[in-house]
Write a protein that binds this ligand. Structure first.
Ligand SMILES: O=C(O)[C@H](O)CO
Length: 396
């Protein structure tokens, strides 16, 4: 529901649907004369530009320049249908159009023979389009699948690589925003914000805060499982809350990050689970991390502890979590991700009162979505131009 709202907001900010001349509305003023020139010549233009300080709240990524070219000369990118509630957001379309000839799924399916040869990359947004064998077989000139987002658990990396196609993701664009959601969930759960809101709007106006006391985040112990880009950003924020920070990484100790935020490495995840007041999951979903947190791990946590998940739902054994929350093995959980998404309305997790669930909104901000598109564009251009690829993902 919240995700729907977030995208509704985006749509209202950029109230446009997929008109063919959409890029005109976003074009940099400095290049308008060139646009007019192209229009006079009846050429469908695309204009090079530097992203510069964008609306991304001061955070910018360098997207390489693309030369001015007629649309038909630009590399083709397969995207979801523009517009409609499942479409790619119009502002992202505008960014992509500056570098690529966009081919919608509809266009592709209607004219497969011609379109399939033009497509050199696929832009994956919100896990779509589905990349399966059939699609890969039908795209002989495909070079790169650019995922918008860091998690690539929805892509069969081995199969894609067997087609000689590269996969990229956007680890930098998502880090701050996802870490913010981790902090928001931790604070909301600890201070019982959702219950507080419900009490305020309930017909019973006599309420006493002492009846639903929360716990403090400040100076509590936070255990981060997965100290990658996102985990580190969480640690930076936790430092400002004077938290004791523990972390566990399955493969790599991060000494520099440890020093920067004063984090302590737990070689054994069990130690972290036993000592933490808040356990935050910020790791990738892989076959090795699937159901990493099950009955045994929950049993190791303090009965006063809270489990927060900003990675993927499947890293937790959800049946075990339901039981642990019902029996108060742990105090609470706060999840931005579940398995599946959304949960069926009658799912037992939705019946508990010691849980907060948000609908996978870790990256659902105006700024993050734009930066993810910019990072994906930089990746695609690098692959197509034979340059070093900023964020390539390799099959294991
Ligand atoms: O993987 C990610 O970065 C987020 O979940 C957005 O898809």
């Amino acid at each position: 529901m919240f995700r729907g709202r977030a995208f509704g907001l985006l749509k209202s900010l950029h109230l446009m649907d997929g008109q063919p001349n959409l890029a005109c509305k976003f074009i940099h003023p400095a290049i308008t004369s060139h646009v007019h020139h192209c229009q006079k010549r009846n050429v469908n233009y695309r204009q090079s530009y530097k992203t510069g300080p964008s609306s991304a709240g001061g955070r910018t990524l360098n997207v390489p320049q693309t030369k001015v070219m007629a649309e038909q000369e630009l590399p083709g990118v397969l995207i979801l249908d523009i517009g409609g509630i499942h479409g790619v957001l119009p502002n992202i379309v505008a960014l992509l159009q500056k570098h690529f000839r966009l081919i919608t799924m509809k266009e592709f399916l209607e004219n497969k023979k011609e379109m399939s040869k033009k497509i050199q990359s696929v832009f994956v947004f919100e896990r779509r389009p589905t990349i399966d064998q059939e699609l890969l077989e039908s795209l002989p000139n495909l070079k790169v699948i650019a995922n918008s987002g860091v998690g690539v658990d929805h892509l069969d990396l081995k199969m894609i690589s067997n087609f000689g196609v590269k996969v990229t993701n956007t680890p930098h664009a998502v880090a701050d925003t996802t870490a913010d959601i981790g902090m928001a969930l931790m604070l909301a759960s600890a201070r019982r914000l959702v219950e507080g809101c419900q009490i305020v709007i309930s017909p019973d106006t006599k309420y006493f805060a002492v009846d639903w006391l929360g716990v403090e985040v400040t100076r509590a112990t936070l255990g981060i499982i997965g100290m990658g880009n996102i985990g580190y950003k969480v640690a930076q924020r936790a430092k400002a809350f004077e938290m004791k920070i523990l972390y566990h990484n399955r493969n790599q100790r991060k000494k520099e990050e440890e020093q920067a935020v004063g984090a302590h490495y737990c070689e054994k995840m069990e130690d972290l689970l036993q000592q933490s007041d808040f356990v935050m999951l910020a790791l990738n979903l892989t076959p090795e991390t699937c159901k990493l947190i099950g009955k045994r791990e929950l049993g190791l946590m303090k009965p006063t502890a809270t489990l927060i998940n900003i990675s993927r739902g499947a890293v937790i054994d959800q049946d075990a979590l339901v039981e642990a929350l019902q029996k108060k093995v742990i105090m609470a959980a706060a999840l931005d991700v579940t398995d599946p998404e959304p949960l069926p309305r009658d799912h037992p997790l939705l019946k508990l009162n010691n849980i907060i669930i948000t609908p996978h909104i870790g990256t659902a901000t105006v700024q993050a979505i734009r930066m993810m598109a910019e990072e994906a564009i930089a990746n695609m251009l690098a692959v197509l131009n034979g340059q070093p690829i900023p964020s390539e993902v390799f099959p294991k």
